[in-house]
Design a protein around this ligand. Structure first.
Ligand code: AMP
Ligand code: ZN
Length: 476
């Protein structure tokens, strides 16, 4: 079996071959930390976490280095900190912590390194930092200083635009490039800009100022992964100009043919068929989904499951339906696992070594090796295991166990929700209400029995009546 990945630069699905199998290197553009991360931001984090897990499986945990940066210097950050009257560092520390907690709840492993941009503006301990990288670009004739700014000289790079494959005039129009008197060419982009006394700034050969956004990733990836590395990822919106400019900076600074060998981009996420925006009222943060979305908290596992039901490179429409369906399917997996292995709702799968460290099935690996085909893993493979498990005499243990092992391999734990949320349910009160409802039904007081059912539904509890009595489950 060979891992194949779609590469945006060559526009083809290619067999993945790392430069050094003992040190597989991946860089993914992380969040700009000024507010809670939204569900669109969660997509690259989840998608590249699946890839990280897969690479660790293939090459060994200690042979994979995954760098995901934190952009903690940015005009939006400056504006928000000023609005709240707090120092920038306080805002970014708080937002960064929230981000880490949110993505951990989505089952994402921490990356190997999470560098903060502000630590790499000037960093004598690193092999390269932003100021030194800019100096190099000036020395190589690819950048120039003007009026406190430093600009990348786009015409100095003959094959600029290869990643996005757009004609230069189209790129200029598309990016609404700023025409400024200090620019030699309208498409030149900022590497360094001056800061006024109220803005964050660093001393530099060009005066006190701060870096442009693109240079951050070129500096951090080179410092932590080297001048050329294996995989560079991020959302499709970053192809132009961000990744195009990262490539220009890194290749011109280090005189290399490529910055990364595989460029991977996740498709965009829309909400209920529309671009997410605060003004449309369809803006959804990860935190809202986890703590209470339209009345119900969702488990990180259900959110992750829903996200992986679409292929990463395709657009995804984030709907309540998709989430509800994911929750229901996860509930089925939970039941199959519980019945097949005799586990209880409180079971912590990560403490069951044969499950947590069980070998993922070849069928699962085959789908993931095919450019991370997670929808096939879920809808074809997982459901065939559910069908295999479902025998006349009860749930079979072997396919049930494999289902849990394969779910955990994708970072989905069908038991976690029950473990963490059951504690929040007053089971004594629920049973009391169920008994009262049974009595009301016996007395043919259907108004009262319906009222009790609704009261339970409002608590997030659904009832199932059968000839053996009434059982309950957490509404998902
Ligand atoms: P930002 O904080 O906006 O720089 O974005 C952080 C990451 O989230 C980048 O990789 C973006 O491409 C990605 N991203 C932002 N919005 C969306 C969206 N609606 N759908 C998919 N990815 C997104
Ligand atoms: Zn970046």
């Amino acid at each position: 079996m060979e891992l194949k990945l779609y590469d945006t630069l060559t526009r083809e699905k290619r067999v993945f071959a790392p430069i050094d199998p003992d040190r597989v290197r991946m860089y993914v553009c992380g969040p700009t930390v000024y507010d809670f991360a939204h569900i669109g931001n969660a997509r690259p984090v989840i998608v590249f976490d699946v890839l990280f897990r897969l690479l660790r499986h293939i090459y060994g945990d200690e042979h994979v280095t995954y760098v995901r940066n934190i952009t903690d210097v940015d005009d939006k950050i400056n504006a928000r900190a000023a609005e709240r009257g707090i120092p920038i560092r306080e805002l970014t520390d708080e937002t960064y912590k929230n981000f880490q907690a949110d993505v951990a709840a989505l089952g994402c492993l921490p990356p190997t390194v999470e560098p903060r941009a502000t630590d790499y503006v000037s960093n004598p301990g690193a092999s390269v930092d932003m100021i030194r990288l800019i100096e190099r670009l000036i020395k190589n004739g690819n950048a120039y200083a003007a009026e406190g700014h430093v600009l990348f000289d786009v015409p100095s790079m003959p094959d600029y635009g290869r990643l996005s494959k757009r004609a230069l005039d189209e790129m200029i129009a598309g990016a609404r490039v700023e025409v400024a008197p200090y620019k030699r060419d309208p498409q030149d982009f900022v590497l360094w800009k001056p800061s006024n006394p109220s803005e964050p700034g660093w001393d530099s050969p060009w005066g006190r100022g701060r870096p442009g956004w693109h240079i951050e990733c070129s500096a951090m990836s080179a410092a932590l992964l080297g001048e050329t590395f294996d995989i560079h990822g991020g959302g499709i919106d970053l192809v132009f100009p961000h990744h195009e400019n990262e490539i220009a900076q890194s290749r011109c600074a280090f005189h290399t043919d490529v910055m990364a060998n595989y460029w991977m981009h996740n498709g965009f996420l829309q909400v209920e068929g529309e671009k997410m925006s605060k003004s449309l009222g369809n803006f959804v943060t990860i935190r809202e989904l986890l703590t209470g979305w339209r009345g119900l908290p969702w488990s990180g596992d259900a959110i992750r499951f829903a996200m992986l039901t679409a292929h990463y490179a395709q657009p995804i429409d984030w709907t309540d339906n998709r989430l509800a369906e994911a929750g229901a399917n996860l509930h089925t997996f939970h039941l199959v696992g519980a019945k097949g292995l005799g586990l209880t709702d409180e079971t912590d799968l990560s403490t069951l070594p044969e499950i947590a460290h069980g070998r993922p099935s070849d069928r699962l690996l085959q789908t993931l090796y095919d450019d991370l085909n997670t929808p096939a893993a879920i809808f074809t493979h997982f459901f065939s295991l559910v069908r295999e498990a479902d025998s006349k005499s009860g749930i079979l243990e072997t396919p049930a166990r494999q289902l849990l092992i394969d779910c955990l391999f994708m970072g989905i734990d069908p038991f976690r929700f029950y473990r963490t949320q059951m504690a929040a349910f007053d089971t004594h009160k629920i049973q009391m209400l169920i008994d009262q409802r049974t009595a009301a039904r016996k007395a043919k007081d259907f108004q009262e029995s319906d009222r009790i059912r609704d009261e339970l539904a409002a608590m997030g509890v659904v009832l199932k009546d059968s000839k053996d009595g009434t059982t309950w489950a957490i509404a998902r």
